[in-house]
Structure formats: C-alpha cells, structure tokens
Design a protein around this ligand. Structure first.
Ligand code: DGT
Ligand code: MG
Ligand code: MG
Ligand code: MG
Ligand code: MG
Length: 254
C-alpha cells in the first residue's frame, strides 16, 4: 500500500471559508460553567478572580493574534473577538480560526488559573465552545457589541436582584418567581440596591483593544517594529454610545 493511493481521502475534506471583507466575530463561551462556577465556588453573582482570569486570557489572544484581532468584549463566561475586515488569518478558514482561538484561550485559562485562584485548586479541565459569524458593516458590528453589552446589563440587574432576595432569606424558587416578568429597574429600587455603586466591570463588562501608538514615536524606539501596534488595554466602558468609537476611530477603521 502506498501513500499516493490513499491521497484521495483528502478530497472528502472541505474548507468552509468566512466571507471576505466582513468583520469576523469569534464568540467563545464556557461549557457548563453553571457547574464549573459552583464546583470552584465562584462568588455570586460576580467573581472578580474568574472575570479577571477571563480578561487575562483575552489579552493573550489579542497579543497572539495581534495582526487580526482588533477588539474583544467579555462578560460572564463568554468573550467575543473581532477580527479585522481584511484579516486573512488561515485564509479565513472557519474551522482553523475558531479552533485556534478556542484552544489557545482554554490552555491559557488553565495555565493562569493559579495566578488568580491562588487558594483553590482547578478541579477538572474547563472547556469552551466557539463559533464564528461574519458581519458585513461597521454599523452591524456596533449593533452586535451593543447586543452583548445590553445582555450584560440585563443579566447583571437580574442577578443582583436574585441574590439580594436570596440574601434576605427567600428561597431560590421564591426569588425566581418574584422576578418573573418583573421590571428589573423597579425591582432594583424596591430592593434598595445601589446599582451604580456596583463595580463597573460587572455593569459594563470588559472591552479590550490596542492603544494606538504614534508612528513617529514608535519609529524612534524601534526601527523595525513599525508593524507592531501599541499596548493592549482592558477597560470597562460604554460601547453602545458613540463616544468611545469617536475617540478610537482606528479600531473599526474600514
Ligand atoms: P453552556 O454555556 O450552555 O455550556 O452552559 P453554562 O452553564 O455555561 O451557561 P451560560 O454560559 O449561559 O451561563 C454562564 C454560567 O456561568 C452561569 O450559570 C453563571 C456562571 N458564571 C459565570 N461567571 C460567573 C461568576 O463570576 N460568578 C458565578 N457565581 N457564576 C458565574
Ligand atoms: Mg454556551
Ligand atoms: Mg457557558
Ligand atoms: Mg455564557
Ligand atoms: Mg499540523
């Protein structure tokens, strides 16, 4: 038996390519993190260690895929990575892009666990799933990000109410029932939750991008690295309104 006679099996492979000239979003999400967060005793509803670990892994993605990933937004056990419209990462092969990002994120999560959870052992290997979606315009990519940030806000409002009710000795079922179909804004007032005093990371999620570095300045520092952009920063900001995007026009530059 020789190699050549087996080569035909390759014809069964097929590469699904992401549409050219569109923004690619790779969204990853922790698998069964309901259980993972229970077993690792995450603080409820928000655990700073867990959120900062997620952020740290996302920074690692922006550093590794620095030519392609221009922005990331994360909340809870999920992260969205935006690839440049003109990215040609893996010739835009969906399987390659998704699997490379998910596996690098996951192994970084495991490697850095101890940096954030010094007192608690990682009890079993976490996993993340991932998907890629193409968005054809800057307007739609902005709407995508707004959708995730609104989701962050609503979930955080809900969870704040839920755990406040549980803290006031309601059962989880009672808490759930009293929030069913309720206007969360009203509930927050009723329960005397000082919502705006909650850490901004819980309310806004985390946004990551590369600081634009002055070309001239960089040229002085290192003649050769004109291609390598600035420092990666993590911020907790409003990405729904126009302000941030007006101040950072280069991020979603067409
Ligand atoms: P999935 O994604 O379908 O495999 O299932 P889950 O269980 O990951 O569900 P998902 O992604 O909709 O919800 C995220 C879960 O992770 C949710 O049960 C709450 C938990 N989680 C995420 N971040 C935190 C945190 O900071 N503290 C606590 N206590 N739980 C968290
Ligand atoms: Mg999921
Ligand atoms: Mg999940
Ligand atoms: Mg999730
Ligand atoms: Mg190989």
């Amino acid at each position: 038996i020789n190699n050549v006679s087996l080569e035909y099996v390759r014809s069964f492979e097929f590469d699904s390519k992401l549409m050219p000239s569109t923004w690619i979003v790779v969204r990853i999400d922790g698998c069964h993190f309901h259980r993972f967060s229970e077993i690792h005793e995450f603080a409820k509803p928000n655990d700073d260690r867990a959120l900062n670990l997620m952020n740290s892994c996302a920074v690692a993605i922006l550093e590794k895929f620095w030519e392609d990933v221009v922005f990331a937004y994360g909340v809870s056990d999920e992260y969205s990575f935006i690839l440049n419209k003109n990215s040609n990462l893996y010739q835009r092969r969906a399987n390659k892009i998704i699997s490379a990002i998910v596996s690098y994120f996951t192994s970084t999560y495991v490697m850095r666990w101890k940096d954030f959870f010094a007192q608690s052992e990682l009890k079993y290997p976490p996993s993340f799933d991932g998907r890629a979606v193409c968005y054809p315009s800057t307007e739609i990519i902005r709407d995508y990000l707004s959708w995730r940030q609104v989701d962050c806000h609503i979930n955080n409002q809900y969870n704040s109410c839920f755990w406040k009710l549980v803290a006031s000795r309601k059962s989880k079922r009672e808490a759930q029932n009293s929030l069913k179909g309720a206007q969360l804004q009203k509930k927050i007032e009723e329960l005397a939750i000082d919502y705006n005093k909650l850490p901004i990371m819980y309310r806004q999620g985390s946004s990551i991008y590369r600081e634009k570095v002055d070309n001239v300045l960089m040229h002085q520092e290192n003649e050769e690295s004109t291609e390598c952009y600035g420092k990666v920063i993590v911020e907790h900001i409003d990405i729904i309104g126009p302000t941030f995007w007006l101040e950072h026009p280069n991020i979603l530059d067409e």
